[in-house]
Design a protein around this ligand. Structure first.
Ligand code: TYM
Length: 338
């Protein structure tokens, strides 16, 4: 039987990622890269949000492959199953159960205001399903089920987190204090990595132009090629300034992977053209991701080990969530099952 090694004195972190293909550089810099270091200071629970992913059409064979890949990638990015709880959301049925209860504390109007719902319903106009609409309630359930204190996410998930707080608050007012109000944990730099082709839009795996998005398993030459083609501006100076969205984005990415400040980058590249800078960014990103790619190839070939990790992960997650869900059911007024 799996055992939880969490310390009672530490605050709890929860976050998740959808298995809709290899992680993008945006997923990585905005979220997953930050999850590993948090394991030092916090008790951490991280999930592959496979339930969320079927709100848009998925090929079942690909979804299973992508889900396993996402799990192995989380580990390759530094998450350790001995320290954190790592599991598939669909392996813990309490998420869906709490989601139902919370949906009865969520207003239609609130969900209608979610910008991601509006964007996605435009993009998938032929499939505006109920799951797409109630998606943020399931996300609230993910977080509240463990009474997480902090949720490390990119800027695009902030509105969903605010909704989760509102739902928790409403539940607490109605049934008595129970849920912790979770705080977002959004990085100061890299919270919104932009598309390399349209730098006013966020980098996204659903972008149709493959040059717009770096996938963290891309080969070095593909990474360099995409950065070389990155859209910039007609200026020539590597400088962080308003209106230079493309360069600002490249400087942000370069700064995170090299640890150089914007001032240092401006000095390093003064008198050099955009071409030199783009090449440097491409090389730095490829080198930074190399260990992730290597570790990923090792892990994805060890299916038995992965299975052991995610089975134990789900057992541990359920030990925590079972207690919390039972308390919620009592508060709501359901008859005790045992
Ligand atoms: P998802 O799978 O779209 O993205 C995973 C994480 O990556 C961040 N992210 C970005 N950060 C910076 N720049 C970008 N271009 C960029 N693109 C994505 C996201 O903000 C996110 O943190 N609904 C969530 C998954 C989820 C979840 C949860 C998250 C399900 N339950 C509970 C937190 C807590 C989602 O679709 O993320």
């Amino acid at each position: 039987m799996a055992e939880i090694t969490f310390s009672k004195d530490k605050k709890l972190i929860f976050s998740a990622i959808q298995p809709t293909g290899t992680f993008t550089l945006g997923n990585y810099l905005g979220a997953v890269k930050n999850w590993g270091p948090l394991q030092e200071e916090f008790n951490c629970i991280y999930a592959v949000a496979d339930l969320h992913s079927i709100t848009v059409k998925q090929d079942p064979v690909k979804l299973r492959q992508n889900s396993l890949q996402a799990y192995a990638l989380m580990m390759a990015c530094g998450l350790a199953p001995e320290r954190s709880i790592l599991f598939f959301q669909s392996h813990n049925r309490h998420h869906a159960e709490l989601s139902w209860v919370l949906s009865c504390s969520t207003q239609f109007g609130e969900l209608s205001r979610m910008t991601q719902f509006k964007d996605k319903s435009q993009k998938h106009a032929d499939n505006i399903n109920a799951g797409l609409f109630t998606y943020p309630v399931l996300m609230a359930a993910d977080i509240l089920l463990y009474n997480a204190d902090f949720v490390p996410i990119g800027a695009d998930q902030k509105q969903h987190l605010e909704l989760a707080r509102n739902i928790a608050q409403r539940f607490n007012q109605r049934y008595g204090d129970f849920f912790t109000l979770p705080d977002p944990y959004i990085p100061k730099v890299g919270a919104k990595v932009m598309s390399l082709q349209e730098p006013t839009k966020k980098m996204s795996k659903s972008d149709e132009n493959p040059n717009a998005c770096i996938l963290i398993l891309d080969e070095k030459d593909a990474i360099i090629r995409k950065f070389k083609r990155a859209v910039t501006d007609s200026d020539t100076e590597v400088r962080y300034a308003e209106g230079k969205d493309g360069i600002n984005n490249l400087m942000t990415i370069y700064s995170i992977v090299t640890g150089r400040s914007f001032e240092e980058i401006e000095k390093d590249f003064s008198g050099k053209g955009y071409g030199d800078f783009k090449l440097a960014v491409g090389e730095a990103v490829a080198d930074h991701l190399e260990p992730v790619r290597t570790e990923f190839s090792r892990l994805i070939n060890d299916k038995a080990y992965l299975k052991k990790c995610y089975t134990e992960g789900a057992e541990k997650a359920m030990m925590i969530s079972q207690r919390n869900l039972s308390k919620v059911y009592r508060k709501v007024g359901f008859v005790d099952a045992r």
